[in-house]
Design a protein around this ligand. Structure first.
Ligand code: FMN
Length: 297
């Protein structure tokens, strides 16, 4: 979904008049007419479902209690999902995990120094620093696969070791790696180029509500969740774990950033529609769950 369509839907669902919408969003009269027609079914759906949104938080906590749970797909004997989603594109290798050697800072210092950093220097990261950040947050140290179960084991914990969180990196300033959006493959420890267009960078910036740090960072991490990987085992309760898993990743990223004299800021204020569309994911089977901007101090 583009920014104008999102703005249109947002203002419509929040009671703005047509004149206010044009003023606020720069949508022309003709565009407004077209959107009125094209978005009618979606607007009707949002309006019909809005009452659910009033209690969804409390309902979520309540209905993911064990007392409400049905058997999970795993318990029903339904075939296991893969631990990794296949993605294609140009491969870019990273310095091997075994070569990383960052020992300047103790864990105590890293924890004590950690702050959200929203302004970065112009200095680029080196590939071994990027490799280190990915090692800390997303790398799979082990992969186990058989007919019944497929899991990875990583430097962060995950409920049932389902590891439903995938990592994309929007590289802006890393020496020797061209700018672009990459998928990080946690087993192969390499990047897979998804898109190197300026348009993609702009979409990510706009999707993150134009927060300046996203435009000035060296790298933006975009974490997506594949809920079925966890829900297969835990049913709807698994959705709780997605957010907990993402939190662990965010903290490891923060601490690793300290070690390489960088800082980062986690981002929860983003447009779901904008970022999901930019990544080409449907927002249901896979959706953006967390973002982090990161750069040198
Ligand atoms: C889930 C989550 C979402 C956040 N989203 C944003 C964000 O969108 N923009 C932002 O500037 N900071 C964001 N932050 C950073 C917090 O504002 C920050 O952690 C908080 O102010 C405490 O500051 P500290 O991290 O320096 O201790 C987020 C942090 C978390 C944990």
């Amino acid at each position: 979904m583009d920014a104008k369509t999102f703005d249109y839907l947002y203002y419509k669902t929040h009671g703005y008049t047509d004149e206010q919408i044009r003023l606020e969003s720069g949508i022309s009269e003709e565009e407004l007419e077209l959107l009125d027609t094209a978005m009618r079914p979606l607007l009707a759906e949002i309006e019909a479902e809005r009452p659910k949104a009033q209690t969804i938080g409390a309902d979520f906590v309540k209905y993911t209690r064990y007392l409400y749970a049905d058997k999970s797909d795993q318990e029903l004997g339904i075939a296991r999902p893969d631990a990794i989603k296949a993605r294609s594109g140009e491969l870019v290798s990273l310095p091997a995990v075994g070569t990383l050697n960052f020992r300047d800072l103790s864990l105590q210092e890293a924890i004590a120094n950690r702050r959200s950093l929203r302004k970065y220097s112009e200095t680029s990261l080196n590939p071994d620093e990027l490799s280190f950040l990915l090692w800390a947050s997303s790398w799979a140290r082990d992969f186990r696969s058989n007919e019944r179960m497929e899991i990875t084991l990583r430097n962060v914990p995950s409920a049932g070791s389902r590891h439903p969180i995938e990592c994309f990196v929007d590289i802006r300033k890393v020496n020797g790696i061209k700018s672009g959006l990459y998928y990080y493959h946690p087993i192969k420890h390499c990047l897979i180029l998804q898109d190197e267009s300026d348009e993609m960078r702009q979409r990510i910036f706009e999707g993150c509500l134009r927060q300046e740090m996203v435009a000035n960072s060296a790298v933006n991490f975009i974490f997506t969740a594949i809920p079925y990987r966890t829900a297969w085992r835990y049913g709807q309760r698994g959705y709780r774990y997605l957010y907990l898993d993402a939190g662990h990743i965010g903290q490891n990223l923060h601490l690793a950033a300290e070690v390489i004299k960088s800082g980062c800021c986690m981002i929860g204020a983003y447009l779901d529609e904008g970022l999901n569309a930019a990544l080409g994911i449907d927002g249901i089977a896979e959706f953006v769950i967390y973002v982090a901007a990161l750069g040198k101090k």
